[in-house]
Design a protein around this ligand. Structure first.
Ligand code: SAM
Length: 294
C-alpha cells in the first residue's frame, strides 16, 4: 500500500451507451492499478441508467476523464478514498457474478448456500486484472467450461494469470496440477494470494516470468491445454513458442483481442497446425478455441 490517496470518479450514462463507454474507458485504465466498476442504477427499470465508478491513484488521469465526460455533457464527481479501507471498499463495490458454472465473489461475508450448483471462485485480492467483469475473462471462463463437458485435461498452462481467476477455474474444473505464469510482480502476488484463499495453492506451480521461453515452462511441456488472455500482439509473437510446448490435440484458449484482429490470429496458428474449434464473441472481444492436429 502506498501513501498516495485513491480517488473515485463517479458518473452515470444511459444504458444504450454502455458498450461505447466500456470500450473508450478500457484503454485509459492501468489494468493492475485501476478498478472500473459499473452497475445498473435501478435493476427494476428496463431502461435504467448505468453507474460507473473508476478508482485510481492518478489524479491527472481522473481530472482528464472528468473533462472528457464534461465535453459529452456528462457530470461526474471525484471523491477521495481512505487508503486503509481501499481493498475492503473496492470489494464491496464489486457485485457477485455468475458466469456459466462459475460464481465469482469478493466478500468473505458472501453466503454460498444459495449457489450450490455453481463453482465458487473467491477473488479477495483484486489488484490484478481479472475480476470476471471483462468480456475476455468471461469468454475464457465460458470456453473452459464448455471444453470441460467434452474433455478432461491433465496438464494445463495459463500464461498471464492476473488475479488468478482462470487458473482457479481450471483447478476447480479439472482437479489437476496447473502451471501458471505472470510477469507483473503485483499481479503475481495477487494470483498467489487468491490461490491461497481458494485453497488451491498446492496444486499450482506459479512462475513469476516475463516470457514463455522459461526453462521450467519448457521442461514441463507439452501441455494439453494452454490458456492465454494477453492481447493480440503477444499471442501472435508467441505463436511458435506456444506451438513448441504443445502436442497433437492440445487445445488453446486465446483471448484479449477484438473481432477485427481475430482472423490474423487464426491464420498465424493455422500455419502451426491449429484449427479453429469455436469462438465466443462478447461485446467486440473474441475468445478463440483452437486445437492442434494430431
Ligand atoms: C488481460 S490480463 C488477464 C488476467 C486473467 N488471466 C483474466 O483472464 O482475467 C493479462 C495478464 O497477463 C500478464 N501477461 C501479459 N503478457 C505476459 C507474459 N508474456 N508472460 C506472463 N504474463 C503476462 C499481464 O501482466 C496481465 O496480468
Amino acid at each position: 500500500m502506498t501513501n498516495k490517496k485513491y480517488l473515485q470518479l463517479i458518473f452515470e450514462i444511459p444504458k444504450d451507451k454502455k458498450k461505447v463507454f466500456d470500450f473508450a474507458l478500457e484503454g485509459t485504465l492501468d489494468n493492475t492499478l485501476d478498478v472500473m466498476i459499473n452497475y445498473i442504477k435501478d435493476p427494476s427499470l428496463i431502461c435504467s441508467n448505468i453507474i460507473y465508478k473508476i478508482i485510481s491513484q492518478n489524479k491527472k488521469k481522473m481530472e482528464l476523464l472528468k473533462n472528457l465526460l464534461k465535453q459529452q455533457n456528462i457530470n461526474s464527481i471525484i471523491e477521495h478514498i481512505e487508503d486503509k479501507n481501499w481493498v475492503k471498499f473496492s470489494n464491496t463495490l464489486r457485485p457477485n457474478l455468475k458466469i456459466g458454472l462459475f460464481f465469482i465473489y469478493s466478500s468473505e461475508k458472501c453466503s454460498l448456500n444459495s449457489i450450490k450448483q455453481q463453482i465458487p471462485i473467491f477473488i479477495k485480492y483484486n489488484n490484478g486484472f481479472g475480476t470476471g467483469q471483462h468480456p475476455t475473462t468471461k469468454g475464457c471462463l465460458i470456453a473452459i467450461q464448455e471444453l470441460s463437458k467434452k474433455r478432461k485435461f491433465s496438464k494445463p498452462l495459463e500464461i498471464g494469470s492476473g488475479s488468478g481467476i482462470l487458473t482457479v477455474a481450471l483447478e476447480k474444473l479439472f482437479k489437476t496440477k496447473i502451471t501458471a505464469t505472470e510477469y507483473d510482480l503485483q499481479a503475481y502476488e495477487t494470483s498467489k494470494n487468491n490461490f491461497k484463499t481458494n485453497k488451491v495453492a498446492k496444486k499450482i506451480n506459479l512462475l513469476h516470468q516475463s516470457s514463455i521461453n522459461n526453462s521450467k515452462i519448457i521442461t514441463n511441456s507439452p501441455y494439453d491445454l494452454i490458456v492465454a488472455n494477453i492481447l493480440a500482439r503477444p499471442i501472435i509473437k508467441f505463436s511458435s513458442k506456444i506451438n513448441n510446448i504443445s502436442k497433437g490435440s492440445t487445445i488453446l484458449v486465446l483471448s484479449g483481442f477484438y473481432f477485427e484482429q481475430y482472423l490474423r490470429i487464426v491464420n498465424k496458428y493455422r500455419y502451426f497446425g491449429f484449427y479453429k474449434l469455436q469462438h465466443y464473441k462478447i461485446d467486440n472481444w473474441i475468445t478463440l478455441v483452437l486445437e492442434k492436429r494430431k
